[in-house]
Design a protein around this ligand. Structure first.
Ligand code: FE2
Length: 450
């Protein structure tokens, strides 16, 4: 294990230590049996600084870790840096204003998705990067010159239309742009949206007919940017609002609803029901009030917008710390029964990774129940990605995939769990080298991108 110096930032300790060697491994040990119906790639990105250090957990260079599954086999594991300008020239400063405003200067460290035959590595301040099926970098994309600013790391693919609904936010006006990409991958609508200021909008929500923007009190601060700190801070005077707009609508058609101050990085899902719009979200009481490392615990909440009265009811669903919510791709924007989250109740001490213990939580929103898969002492997973069986007969008929780090061996595995039964024994687990903590990823079927 590499030496940890007192000066090493907390986010780069334990399994936060970056991995800089790129590997291709084709002989992989499998425990259990990989379902033969799985034909595609599980890919996940994260912040993994090439230089070995970064000033904030969100600043590291994007490295994608992927496993190719086919015919019951794990064909390969690959980890690859996304070849951004920061890899070619590690001395480039992410907080240099000219770099921040250069839309090719993505860290590509936040999410990986598949859409319209392409695999996109995303970060919220810049253009997407396209990678190929072997995780090699093709290059940044501006959708043929149509995209004029940033592109969120959390676009939503409508399971009914195949559209990719997205947005981009900026420290400079226009602070928010709505972006609608057709099922064929063309950026067909760009709409400037009026918000209260340069809010950090990490994610958003779709329903069958609407998108919902979260205009929340984490706001760009130029003084912090000049000081070299994360340039976003909580603002007690900034109203918290939800903006509901038809999916092909305009700024003038946004209806804003006041909510209590809070921060949400990630909604679980949202849907329309009669005159209401329901949103399940991982809610923080605030974000970065005292410093850029001020992260309170997130919990699952439900917001219900009454579009007739204009009121939003806010209900805490659970008091267990949890983040990285996901639902089945088939119910994004539609009424979901099940949601899955990464349990965070025992994060442990990064200098003693055996003190941590991770879990996948499954919420049944119809029965109001929570079930769990506990990984055990020293074992921590990440965002649970739901993968359906070939012919699912229920919303939860499928698998949950995530990388699990095991501190006792200082290595990782891809675990494939049964989402319906939540059995603690994996359907299959594939032994892998150590994969550092990361952010988001996807199961990309070979039929979507290959
Ligand atoms: Fe995120």
């Amino acid at each position: 294990m590499a030496a940890v110096l007192d000066s090493t930032p907390v986010h780069l300790r334990g399994n936060g230590r970056p991995v800089v060697e790129e590997q291709t491994i084709t002989e992989l040990k499998v425990n259990g049996s990989i379902p033969s119906e799985l034909d595609g790639r599980y890919v996940r990105t994260g912040a993994n600084p090439l230089s070995g250090t970064s000033a904030h957990p969100f600043f590291g260079d994007g490295m994608i870790h992927g496993v190719r599954l086919l015919e019951g086999r794990a064909e390969w594991y690959r980890n690859r840096y996304v070849q951004t300008p920061f890899i070619a020239n590690p001395s480039v400063d992410i907080l240099d204003p000219s770099v921040m405003m250069d839309m090719k200067s993505s860290k590509a460290n936040t999410h990986v998705i598949g859409h319209a035959g392409k695999i996109l590595a995303l970060e919220e301040g810049h253009f997407p990067y396209v990678v190929d099926g072997d995780l090699g970098t093709v290059g940044s994309t501006d959708f043929g010159g149509v995209l004029k600013g940033s592109f969120t790391a959390h676009p939503k693919i409508c399971p009914v239309t195949g559209e990719l609904l997205a947005f981009g936010y900026s420290a400079l006006e226009p602070y928010l742009r709505y972006l609608r990409v057709s099922a064929a991958g063309d950026l067909v609508q760009t709409e400037n949206i009026t918000v209260g200021g340069p809010t950090m909008m990490h994610d958003f929500n779709i329903t069958r007919n609407h998108v919902i923007f979260m205009d929340l009190p984490a706001v760009f601060n130029m003084e912090l940017a000049m000081s070299g700190d994360m340039p976003i801070r909580w603002d007690d005077n900034y109203p918290a609002r939800l903006g509901v707009m038809p999916r092909d609508g305009t700024d003038a058609q946004v209806t804003w609803y006041d909510i209590n101050p809070c921060y949400v990085f990630h909604p679980m899902n949202s849907y329309e029901e009669g005159d209401t719009i329901v949103l399940d979200v991982a809610r923080f009481s605030h974000m970065w009030r005292e410093s850029s490392m001020d992260f309170p615990s997130p919990e699952l909440w439900r917001w219900t917008i009454d579009t007739v009265t204009g009121k939003v009811s806010e209900e805490q669903i659970d008091d267990m710390a949890a983040e990285f919510p996901r639902v089945a791709d088939s119910v994004v924007g539609l009424k979901h029964r099940y949601g899955y989250m990464m349990g965070m109740s025992e994060p442990g001490n990064p200098d003693d990774p055996m003190s941590a213990s991770g879990a996948i939580l499954k919420y049944d929103r119809e029965k109001g129940e929570r079930s769990e898969i506990q990984f055990g002492r020293g074992r921590v997973g990440g965002e649970p990605v739901f993968v359906p069986t070939e012919n699912p007969n229920s919303e939860d008929d499928g698998y949950l995939m995530t990388y699990v780090y095991d501190a006792s061996s200082d290595s990782s595995s891809l675990v494939i769990m049964d989402a319906a039964t939540m059995d603690s024994t994996p359907v299959a687990s594939i032994d892998l080298p150590r994969i550092p903590n990361g952010f988001h990823g996807s199961w990309i079927p070979a039929s979507v991108a290959n």
